[in-house]
Each structure stands twice: as structure tokens, then as C-alpha cells.
Design a protein around this ligand. Structure first.
Ligand code: 13P
Length: 281
């Protein structure tokens, strides 16, 4: 069932948990995510990145997205993740997405504000909510790779939030997208300070591979949306490799598809329980 991003995040903040935000790249991954949410009675944010949508076919994703939301028994936020193409973000607003993320975090502060304001104005016409990023979470995000340009500046987060009227704010506090190469050092003091000065719910990107205890500490300090992509991609890929290795003569996509759904579901359930969003609906 359809729900609002901000409503879910504010409820999570009040009750001390985080809503899991999972990326899907194909039908099996989406099914695994939604089954995990239903089995654990958790609200869920089902996200598709711009390049994943292009891979699946943007029109197909619009149609599938509506069907996912309508046919799931727990609240689902359908979220357009890391939008770079303004026209595509606008189309997502017009085609059933609950919320959209503009990623102009590599632009100057002024341009990021201006572009975010443009998306907010468009999104509001369709009752769609907006997430935007201040500071830059580096690493590998889909087909883009970039260095982590530094942590979010606290004053910039406050100013950006005031000037943009967004519904969720993504901050850069030490995580990176993709598989970690170095040690993860989450900047808990920055999360704490931003949370004390900004009412808008805070989002952590690049959360795969981060110890669950660190994520739980971040939740206590005010993070309410936690983005997970790579951990599900790896669960999916490992399940497929295993299946094909143990079924040398196998060829039926429905059989290895089942293994894929199950693996993604199990990984999503681990995150849901760690974030405390189970039994919240
Ligand atoms: P990971 O792939 O590192 O989990 O990051 C996902 C993400 O932040 C999507 O927006």
C-alpha cells in the first residue's frame, strides 16, 4: 500500500528506528525486498536508481512500480534514487513515484539549492516528496564513480534545509557507495549536530558493508532512512552463482530466480531487524 516518505520517516524518528531503503535492479530483487517487508511487518522504501530504471526500461519501471505499491500489504514508498537527469526525475513525479531524489551534490551550493528548488516546485504539483543531498557521498553508485569529496558541513546543511523545503536530507558522514576498500569511520558527531539543528529527516547513503552496530548508533543519533544497494546485489549474485554451480544442467529461469528472491529476502530481513522497523505496521 502507498504511504508518504516523510510520514514514515517522522514516525521512525519518534519511535527510534530507521526505515530501510533498498535498491532493486530486476523483478527478483524487488520481490525479495517486498516479501521481506511483508514477512517482518515493516514499512519499506523501494528504490530504483536512474541507471537501473534505464536498464529495466523506464516505462516498464513506471508500470511495475505502481503494481508493487498496490499489491503489497505493508506501506511502500516508491522512490526514484540518485536522479541526475532533471527530465527523468520530473517524469517519475508524473508516473506514480511517491518520492524522488535529486543528486546535485557535486554542484556548487547555490546550484544545488536552485536545482533542488526546481524539483520541489514540480514534485509538489503531483503530491510527490523530495530528498536531496548536501555534501557528497562518493564511491561507486551504479555507473558513476567518484571520490568522497568530504563530509557535510553543518552550517551548509542547516542553510540548505531552510532554503529548499525538502522532505528528507541526505548527508555525507563517512560512508561510500559500493564495496568498501578501506576502514569505515562514521562521523557520529556530525550526525548528532545536524540532527539537533535540522528537523527534516536525515538519510544515510552507501550503508552496505557498514557494521550493523554502527548503523544502530547512527539511528540513535537521528538517521531515519538507511540506503542499502550493494549488500542485496551481492546476495543476489552469490545465490545465482551457487545455484548454477550446483545445478550444472539447470536452465529454467524460474528455478534460479527463486534462489535469487530468497537470498535477497533473507538479506533484507537481516537489515530490517537491525534497523528495528519490524512489527511497526
Ligand atoms: P550501497 O550500494 O553502498 O549500499 O549504497 C546504496 C545507496 O546509497 C543508494 O542510494
Amino acid at each position: 500500500m502507498k504511504t508518504s516518505l516523510k510520514k514514515e520517516l517522522l514516525k521512525a524518528k519518534k519511535e527510534g528506528y530507521a526505515v530501510p531503503a533498498f535498491n532493486f535492479d530486476n523483478l527478483e530483487m524487488a520481490k525479495g525486498i517486498l516479501q521481506a517487508a511483508e514477512e517482518t511487518k515493516s514499512p519499506v522504501i523501494l528504490m530504483v536508481t536512474e541507471s537501473a530504471a534505464k536498464y529495466m526500461g523506464v516505462e516498464y519501471v513506471f508500470a511495475l512500480g505502481k503494481a508493487f505499491v498496490e499489491n503489497t500489504k505493508v506501506p511502500v514508498v516508491l522512490h526514484w534514487d540518485h536522479g541526475f537527469d532533471i527530465q527523468l526525475i520530473k517524469r517519475a513525479c508524473e508516473n506514480g513515484f511517491t518520492s524522488v531524489m535529486l543528486d546535485a551534490s557535486k554542484e556548487t551550493f547555490e546550484d544545488n539549492v536552485k536545482m533542488t528548488q526546481e524539483i520541489v516546485a514540480h514534485a509538489k504539483k503531483f503530491g510527490v516528496e523530495v530528498e536531496s543531498e548536501i555534501g557528497h557521498v562518493g564511491g561507486k553508485e551504479d555507473d558513476r564513480v567518484s571520490a568522497n569529496g568530504g563530509y557535510t558541513d553543518i552550517q551548509e546543511a542547516i542553510d540548505f534545509n531552510k532554503q529548499t523545503n525538502i522532505d528528507a536530507l541526505a548527508i555525507a558522514v563517512g560512508t561510500a557507495h559500493g564495496v568498501y576498500k578501506g576502514k569505515i569511520e562514521l562521523q557520529f558527531d556530525i550526525i548528532d549536530k545536524i540532527n539537533k539543528n535540522v528537523d527534516t529527516p536525515l538519510v544515510l547513503h552507501g550503508s552496505s558493508g557498514v557494521p550493523l552496530t554502527d548503523l544502530q548508533k547512527a539511528i540513535k543519533l537521528g538517521i531515519t532512512k538507511i540506503n542499502i544497494g550493494t549488500d542485496l546485489k551481492q546476495a543476489n549474485a552469490n545465490a545465482l552463482k551457487n545455484w548454477l554451480n550446483t545445478n550444472e544442467n539447470g536452465y529454467d529461469a524460474r528455478m534460479f530466480g527463486k534462489a535469487s528472491i530468497e537470498a535477497v529476502k533473507n538479506e533484507a530481513i537481516i537489515k530490517i531487524k537491525a534497523f528495528g522497523s519490524n512489527n511497526k505496521v
